[in-house]
Design a protein around this ligand. Structure first.
Ligand code: GTP
Ligand code: MG
Length: 270
């Protein structure tokens, strides 16, 4: 059994920075994690890259040879990855042992976790290879300064959640940039009723029904909870990591694993 985080979220939300901070944190506490670059457009890394999609395919070549722009080129690269799950990814994963912990730094194109099946298939492949995977959705705290931005952030995260069907942790990144913490506190665990009344205040009356439906949706998926991440604080990184570990049952006693074994084991018991 391996463990994996799939780090997703809009472009520039701080995914790669989070990965490198997480790496440093783990190094400091003597825990081993491996960071995988899944962004064919990435160039500079602040973490040692354990696996790299750019070894499979080059974005520059794709753009040049197929005459695609950066976004089309990226989608092509990701589809190429999808086609190569059984060989490239499988071979790469063979380098890792049971209990290894991988963190996948994904590109930020929203298509990848809304309607294009690449990441979904990627995740299913990891699960077939016995990985427990957690979706880690990063949203930039700067987006959450009013209720309309908050709702749109929730919808994007929700779409990733329903598309990937993974244990899911929402993170509000770049907390160091938040000047007035109170503005954000209201959105970390908001009351649906409060959300609704704020939405209704901001928007024209004809949207009342829609607002109600949105607030209910967000409430029913009980995903309106964001964990703030302030990279200046070790304790904040540690807390985020512990929440994710919890989701994928990382670090739960080895006893449990023995019980998870196949039923034939029962024959051995007295
Ligand atoms: N102040 C502050 N800036 C941050 C933080 N995290 C990331 N940034 C900055 O935000 C910008 C984008 O960060 P990245 O980590 O590259 O974001 P990303 O989500 O990997 O972006 P893409 O890979 O392009 O989708 C960079 O300029 C970072 O320096 C943070 O916690 N605080
Ligand atoms: Mg990045």
């Amino acid at each position: 059994m391996g463990y994996a985080q799939l780090v997703i979220g809009p472009a520039g939300s701080g995914k790669s920075t989070y990965c490198s901070s997480l790496y440093q944190h783990c190094e400091a506490i003597g825990r081993t994690i491996h960071i995988v670059n899944l962004d064919p457009a990435a160039e500079n890394f602040d973490y040692p890259v354990a696996m790299d999609i750019r070894e499979l395919i080059s974005l520059d070549d794709v753009m040049e040879e197929l005459g695609l722009g950066p976004n089309g080129g990226l989608m092509y690269c990701m589809e190429h990855l999808e086609e190569n799950l059984d060989d490239w990814l499988t071979e790469e994963l063979d380098n890792y042992l049971d209990d290894d912990y991988l963190v996948f730094d994904c590109p930020g194109q929203i298509e990848l976790f809304s309607h294009v099946p690449v990441l979904r298939n990627f995740v299913e492949h990891l699960q077939r290879k016995n990985f427990k995977v957690c979706g880690v959705y990063l949203l930039d705290s700067q987006f959450i300064t009013d209720v309309t931005k908050f709702i749109s952030g929730c919808m994007a995260s929700l779409s990733a959640m329903v598309q990937l069907e993974l244990p899911h942790v929402n993170i509000l990144s770049k907390m160091d940039l938040v000047k007035n913490k109170r503005d954000i506190d209201d959105y970390l665990n908001p009351e649906p009723r409060v959300l609704l009344s704020e939405l209704n205040q901001t928007m024209a009356p004809k949207f009342e029904k829609l607002n109600k439906a949105l607030a209910e949706l967000v409430d029913e998926y009980s995903m309106v909870s964001f964990i703030p991440l302030d990279l200046r604080k070790e304790s904040s990184i540690q807390y985020v990591l512990s929440q994710i570990d919890n989701c994928i049952q990382y670090g739960e006693d080895a006893d449990v694993k023995v019980k998870d074994l196949d039923p034939e084991e029962d024959d051995l018991s007295p």
